[in-house]
Structures are given as structure tokens and as C-alpha cells.
Design a binder for this molecule. Structure first.
Ligand SMILES: NC(=O)c1ccc[n+]([C@@H]2O[C@H](COP(=O)([O-])OP(=O)(O)OC[C@H]3O[C@@H](n4cnc5c(N)ncnc54)[C@H](OP(=O)(O)O)[C@@H]3O)[C@@H](O)[C@H]2O)c1
Length: 264
């Protein structure tokens, strides 16, 4: 099977690294030649192109540009002479559904959206398995399962209309964790602690390890788990005097955790 990558950032690099040992990478195209050239050198595969119009005909195309450039890339790809009926195309955006690929569907391509449930970084080690949501035409989904048959991907089906909410859900478990960690670090620094990262990493890792064996509600300890309302109220008023925004979050998050206990 042959494929081409459009958009040579973190996601394009990730899929290139995953697939090139098993399939033939025809071409790479990005906004800037430096990006596609960098990925080409890293993969030691594929031809660097300066425009989508120059794409070689491939069995499937991976659209991995920034979300803001996705529509533009689809319009360009739709006019490419490389396209043929029966080819497959998928984008990897977490928010858009396969509906955005309609101009390519009109050309007879099988279309899907495949979103890896992972924060991707250029220097990351490839994970030994992957969770991803998959949505689109039946033919495209079957082809994608074939493409990744060498690798343990758990494909989770998702309805098109739920993509936006799904992506929001993931933010709470990934990027928003960083927001909470930034508050922890800030407050620990205010308390005069010199070492803030290592103990926080251990704290989070410990919760995650136990999450594999226990229900969320069983992991709720501290003043909320013990329902110590006096301590909660003392902490809240003390925090309000330090930072009112943090105190507002403390209130909301405590309420959420209390609900987790009550509804279990
Ligand atoms: N990073 C993640 O953790 C992650 C996880 C799952 C899914 N995704 C999805 O992957 C997609 C890309 O995200 P990313 O994190 O890889 O972003 P990124 O690292 O910023 O890369 C985006 C790439 O898009 C390229 N690009 C922008 N405009 C283009 C155009 N008109 N034509 C061709 N290429 C263009 C940029 O090219 P230049 O470098 O040449 O300027 C850049 O390399 C998004 O849909 C995102 O939702 C990302």
C-alpha cells in the first residue's frame, strides 16, 4: 500500500513514523518545505513536494495539517490529478468529522476521520498501542483497519455530531491537567518549596496507577473524601486571600468531586 502525508507537524510525523516501516510513503507536503524536508530526512522515505497539486497517486492520503488549514488543504487536494475513485483519505483532527471531506467524497474517495487519543510530540517514543476514534464511510473504516493491522490500535466508534464534545472531554484529561498542575506549582512556590515538579509528578502518577484498579469515587480522599467541611471552608477562605481565581476553581472542583462520591 502507498500513502502520502499532507501537513508535516507533530501528527504528520507521528503517522509517518508509525507507517513507513510497513507501507510505502510516496510524498510529503507541508506549508513550508523545511518541515516536509525535516520529516523526510527523519523517515528516510517519501518525496518532498512544494504543493499538494504535485502529489503522487496513492492508495491513501493522510491529512494532518493544523485544523485551521484543513479546509484549504481539502480544497487543494480535491483538484489534484492524483485522485482516483476508490482511494482513501482520512484526517486526524479531533474536532472535525468526516463531513468536512465532502469535496473528496464527491470525487469518489472513501473518507474518514481518525483521531489518536494521545498528545503527540515530535520527540516522543512511539507507544506500543493506541486508542483512536474512527468515524466515516464503511469502506474507509475497513481500509484503515487494514492499514493498521500490524499495530494494536483500539478503534472507538464515534458519531459525527459528537466530535466537538468528545474533543472537549479529552481536554479535561490532558491539557487541563496541565492547568491544574500550573496552579499547584505556583502555590507550592508561594509556600517556599524549592522542588515542585518531582513530587507533583509522583502524586499524579500514583493516582493514575490506582485508577487502573479502582473506581474514581474510591480514589477521592482528602477533605472531600472525608467530608471534612470545616477544613474545606478554611482552605477556601485562605486561598481566596491568596488568589481569587484559584479559589473559584477550588469551589467548582470540590463540588464536582463531591458529586462523584454522591452519584456512585
Ligand atoms: N499534536 C497532538 O497531540 C494531536 C493529537 C491528535 C490529533 N492531532 C491533530 O493533528 C492535526 C495537526 O496537529 P499537529 O499537532 O500536528 O499540529 P502542528 O504540529 O502545528 O502541525 C501542523 C502542520 O500543518 C502544516 N500546515 C499548516 N497549513 C498548511 C497548509 N496550508 N498545507 C499543508 N500543511 C499545512 C504546518 O506546516 P509547516 O510546518 O510546514 O508550517 C504544520 O507542520 C490537527 O488536526 C490536530 O487536531 C494532534
Amino acid at each position: 500500500m502507498t500513502f502520502s502525508i499532507i501537513g508535516c507537524g507533530r501528527a504528520g510525523t507521528f503517522f509517518g513514523r508509525l507507517l513507513t516501516p510497513h507501507l510505502t510513503l510516496n510524498s510529503l507536503v507541508s506549508k513550508n518545505l523545511e518541515s516536509s524536508t525535516r520529516v523526510q530526512k527523519r523517515l528516510q522515505a517519501g518525496k518532498v513536494l512544494s504543493h499538494i497539486q504535485e502529489l503522487a497517486s496513492s492508495d491513501f492520503y493522510i491529512l494532518a495539517p493544523a485544523d485551521s488549514a484543513l479546509e484549504e488543504c481539502i480544497s487543494c487536494l480535491a483538484t489534484s490529478p492524483a485522485l482516483h475513485k476508490g482511494q482513501t483519505v482520512f484526517h486526524v483532527s479531533g474536532t472535525y468529522s468526516s463531513d468536512i471531506l465532502e469535496p473528496l467524497r464527491d470525487k469518489g474517495l472513501h473518507c474518514a476521520s481518525l483521531h489518536p487519543i494521545l498528545n503527540l510530540f515530535e520527540d516522543m517514543e512511539l507507544p506500543s498501542s493506541l486508542y483512536a476514534t474512527l468515524e466515516g464511510d464503511t469502506e474507509a473504516k475497513n481500509t484503515i483497519r487494514d492499514i493498521f493491522s500490524f499495530y494494536p490500535v483500539t478503534f472507538l466508534p464515534i458519531e459525527k455530531e459528537n466530535k466537538l464534545l468528545y474533543h472537549t472531554a479529552l481536554l479535561f484529561s490532558s491539557q487541563f491537567v496541565l492547568a491544574l498542575l500550573s496552579i499547584s506549582k505556583d502555590l507550592l512556590t508561594t509556600c517556599g518549596l524549592k522542588l515542585t515538579e518531582a513530587p507533583l509528578i509522583q502524586l499524579v502518577q500514583n493516582i493514575l496507577i490506582h485508577m487502573q484498579k479502582k473506581e474514581l469515587a474510591e480514589l477521592v480522599v482528602g477533605p472531600i473524601g472525608r467530608k471534612n467541611h470545616t477544613l474545606l471552608s478554611d482552605e477556601l477562605s485562605n486561598l481566596s486571600s491568596v488568589n481569587e481565581r484559584y479559589a473559584e476553581l477550588y469551589r467548582l472542583l470540590s463540588d464536582q468531586l463531591s458529586q462523584v462520591i454522591e452519584t456512585t
